[in-house]
Design a protein around this ligand. Structure first.
Ligand code: BGP
Length: 475
């Protein structure tokens, strides 16, 4: 791993926040940007239930300096964002759009000028539409197209960007695309595609990592996984079986190739239990072996809580249902397992568990099982409905209380020796939520969508600044 020490020695810990291109940039047609799959979906599909889109989003494209200024004034020392593939390559492959390169050069340079270490994701769900037309990630050719695009980014930005992410949440992305069906192209309960999508995304990631290492780039590159640990409901009967099946389903198809450089030993057994077949080639083993991540990014919101589901039907329950927060979420898989509901755990307005201790559980468990050299929490945050006062100020005590708890558990794991050296709050500013549009707010800075995208720091923004100060004062 290159320059690992250089990145962390002077900063000790990276405290920042993170965004994704489609969710905040807007400017969906500006400066020769190509059409994205999400642009197409949001403009045409009846499944766009919120009737919103990312056309303008939070207009980060035109507000990036103001946002970066706010992050720096909030004493954050890093900023995570993603590159829109279709800004760099409007067709996904082929001709480079210099305007896209210029935009990200400006963002990167401004981060560095303000003392923020850029942490750049190459892919955060926003596939160029031209590649969606070719079958999306089910088409293995995309693994090479992605590697080519990654190389262009390394060559153009790698002199200044030292922290990279190949792909954001291949597992959750594939789950929403292929099982829940609320991300384009909206396949439902298609387990064959679920496994193949993840597999191809992991191949793409490994190919990009290999290029990064071969180019001897000055930095580190990892992948971002969601959540990370499975917990069984106490009354689960066949504990060993449920653990094995669900852990593969939720974690190991990602964590094993990413951190150990190989697919899990139980791959064939579990994939066959779902009556599916992975399309692989003889070269894949070597591709994974050559493409191990330098670090793991973990987006930590909750756990995977499961139990047996023996005889009942297979079903999926729509996630992110908003005000119906008591509705069941997750899946039921006939003869395999189902998502369990824990009545003792409080839930947020979207039905998600609020259980900060899983920060500790996931970090320690992953550390013990996979021994990553470095872990960063690349997302963690709280989404809610929010009402500002007459000045636009939001008192978000709830966000502060939860974040404080999550961070207490993070620091506990760190103090016990887990190599966790970064935390990115999701998100610095309010932005588009994939399924919930703009009603669900995650930002520490409010965006007033009715007043020229005015930025108004919330109470949590100041709390986080003080927390960071105290952390460094106490070292
Ligand atoms: C993660 C995604 C982010 C972000 C976050 C919150 O899975 O990486 O892009 O959206 O979840 O999710 P949501 O907006 O669906 O509540």
């Amino acid at each position: 791993m290159h320059k690992f020490a250089d990145i962390f020695d002077d900063k000790d810990f990276l405290w920042g926040s993170g965004t994704a291109a489609y969710q905040c940039e807007g400017a969906w047609k500006a400066d020769s940007k190509g059409l994205g799959e999400w642009d197409y979906f949001n403009h045409h599909s009846p499944l766009n239930i919120n009737h919103t889109d990312g056309d303008e989003a939070s207009d980060f494209y035109h507000h990036y300096q103001e946002d970066i200024d706010l992050l720096a004034a909030g004493h954050q020392n890093t900023f995570r964002f993603s590159i829109a593939w279709d800004r760099i390559l409007p067709n996904g492959t082929g001709k480079i759009n210099q305007n896209g390169i210029d935009f990200y050069n400006n963002v990167i340079d401004y981060c560095l000028q303000k003392g923020l270490e850029p942490n750049v994701s190459l892919f955060h769900y926003d596939l160029p539409y031209q590649l969606a037309l070719q079958g999306g990630w089910l088409n293995r050719k995309l693994t090479d197209y992605f590697a080519d695009y990654a190389k262009i980014c390394f060559e153009n930005f790698g002199d200044r960007v030292k922290i990279w992410v190949t792909i954001n949440e291949p597992r959750y992305y594939s789950y929403c695309v292929n099982i829940v069906g609320n991300y384009p192209p909206n396949r439902r309960l298609d387990f064959q595609s679920y496994f193949q999508y993840q597999y191809n995304l992991m191949l793409a990631s490994a190919k990009a990592i290999k290029i990064f290492h071969n180019l001897n780039m000055d930095g580190i590159i990892g992948i971002v996984h969601d959540n990370g640990n499975v917990e069984l409901a106490p009354d689960t009967k066949d504990k060993a079986r449920v653990q094995k099946l669900s852990d593969f389903f939720y974690n190991r198809e990602i964590l094993c190739p990413a951190l150990l450089g190989k697919m899990p030993d139980e791959t064939t057994e579990v994939v066959q239990a779902f009556n599916c077949l992975l399309y692989q080639t003889d070269q894949d083993e070597q591709i994974f072996a050559d493409g191990k991540a330098d670090y793991l990014g973990l987006n930590l919101y909750n756990r995977q809580y499961v139990t047996d589901w023996s005889t009942g039907e297979t079903a999926v329950f729509h996630n992110n249902q908003g005000k119906q927060s008591t509705a069941k979420e997750g899946i039921r898989l006939q003869g395999l397992f189902e998502s369990a509901f824990d009545p003792d755990v409080p839930r947020n307005q979207w039905g998600r568990e609020e259980l900060p201790r899983v920060m500790y559980t996931a970090l320690t468990e992953i550390n013990q099982r996979y021994h990553p050299q470095l872990i960063m929490i690349t997302e963690n945050g709280h989404g809610g409905y929010e009402t500002p006062d007459e000045n636009g100020y939001v008192n978000d005590d709830k966000r502060i209380a939860l974040t404080k708890d999550f961070l207490k558990y993070l620091l506990q794991a760190k103090n016990e020796g887990v190599p966790v050296h970064g935390y990115y709050h999701w998100s610095p500013i309010d932005l588009y939520s994939w399924i919930n549009g703009y009603e669900k707010r995650y930002g520490m800075i409010r965006v007033d969508y009715n007043d020229h995208f005015r930025r108004i720091p919330k109470k949590s923004y100041y709390w986080y600044r003080d927390f960071i100060d105290q952390y460094f004062a106490g070292r």
